[in-house]
Design a protein around this ligand. Sequence first.
Ligand SMILES: Cc1cc2nc3c(=O)[nH]c(=O)nc-3n(C[C@H](O)[C@H](O)[C@H](O)COP(=O)(O)O)c2cc1C
Length: 173
Amino acid sequence: MKNALVVYHSRSGHTRRVAQALAGRLEADLEEIRTRRAYGGTCGVLRCGLEAALGRAPAIRHAAHDPSRYRLLLIGTPVWAWSLPGPVRAWAQGHPAAGVRLAFFCTQGGSGAERVFAQLQAATGRAPEATLAVTEAQLEGELDPLLDRFVARLATAETEPPPRRARAAAKPR
Ligand SMILES: Cc1cc2nc3c(=O)[nH]c(=O)nc-3n(C[C@H](O)[C@H](O)[C@H](O)COP(=O)(O)O)c2cc1C
């Protein structure tokens, strides 16, 4: 088993791409959050947005990895209707990982990341050491330096004592 776990949900592949790149850099295990029901077509898109906006948590499939067994947990999510997607909310609420180092990342069209990170913090009950928001435009061309900086921040946070980590997490990025 590896030291880090990257957990993510992705509808159209953007967050999956970031998750895979981070897992490669961190030599982490990878877990995709999958819903029991399919979210296909226009109805599926509407349901995604509505569930996220209403704070719902749909049924998700059994996860293969137990996050409490890792030293570092990264949770990745898209932004839906300026809100945390239901599948990620469901996973976070069902998989407490007290004592495991925590970081969040998201992909978005252009706005909503800060709100999503706040909602993910509420769902996990924990502040992340670091966050990374990637816009669709940044996925093309700018992704590598963003990932390098994020991974470097995680490495720095690992050497800091916990109270400093919490202060670093509270700083706007
Ligand atoms: C239902 C729905 C709602 C969305 N709402 C937002 C939004 O509020 N703000 C935003 O910047 N992007 C929004 N987007 C765009 C996605 O966040 C963006 O395309 C993201 O990269 C998708 O990630 P994925 O490919 O991993 O699913 C929305 C997309 C969908 C499908």
